[in-house]
Design a protein. Structure first.
Length: 237
């Protein structure tokens, strides 16, 4: 989810070539782990990204098989998490105005990731809204993204508390005795060049009911931002 978490360990993409070679992720399926136990809340807005040969979805699926963890329903970056002040009807009505409030009806292009990270958070610590372990591709916000976030928060009547900290989560696990491993994450991502090198357009913004555990999440509405909303992207130089 979208939160400011102090990083425990991370790998800067700029120095990825200096990382030792780790073994590939094994194709075998690991024993199923306990489903994610954290109880999430409210209505949440996700940014959905274009993909290159399903690279994000394949990574999500690979880590779920490798670790036996639950599959994230859709690879995304969280824009606004846990809204409880709007009804579902009101939120869906506001979704219809998203393309009007964004410049040219689009979300600003996201630059390539700046880091690969595996971390955990504990609710109640500064900036942390849930208790989970996760692996991510860390993205970087800029003034154009902040303007888009301002417009989105104004539309959904959400008060901002700080800069946006965008990231694409590739795996979730319970924090106690988590099996997520940074070496595995790095090993996989360096073998899939598009994950670390490509800019990405945001192809859609979706509204999710994230009340309860992850297996209870449900997509309520979706606004396409690209005229040609295909799952495959084109390399953006």
């Amino acid at each position: 989810m979208d939160h400011d978490c102090p990083s425990i360990v991370e790998s800067e993409v700029s120095s990825i070539s200096s990382i030792p070679e780790f073994g590939p992720i094994e194709p075998s399926v690991a024993p199923k782990r306990q489903p994610l136990q954290w109880q999430f809340k409210g209505l949440t807005l996700w940014l959905e990204f274009e993909e290159f040969d399903r690279d994000l979805s394949r990574a999500n699926e690979a880590f779920s098989k490798q670790y036996g963890t639950e599959l994230i329903p859709l690879v995304h970056a969280t824009a606004i998490y846990g809204m409880e002040h709007l009804t579902v009807k009101d939120a869906i009505e506001r979704m219809s105005k998203i393309k009007v409030i964004l410049p040219n009806g689009e979300w600003p292009i996201m630059d390539p990731p700046v880091a690969v990270k595996q971390d955990l958070s504990r609710e109640g610590l500064p900036g942390q809204v849930c208790t989970i372990s996760w692996a991510e591709l860390t993205l970087k916000s800029n003034e154009h993204h902040e303007e888009a976030m301002d417009a989105l928060c104004q539309l959904f009547v959400v008060k901002r508390t700080g800069p946006w900290t965008p990231h694409i989560s590739l795996a979730y696990d319970n924090p106690d005795d988590s099996v997520l491993n940074l070496a595995d994450i790095i090993s996989y991502t360096v073998k899939v060049p598009t994950l670390l090198r490509n800019k990405r357009r945001v192809k859609a913004i979706s509204l999710w009911n994230t009340q309860g555990k992850m297996n209870e999440w449900m997509c309520l509405d979706r606004v396409n931002l690209l005229d040609n909303d295909s799952p495959e992207g084109k390399v953006i130089e």
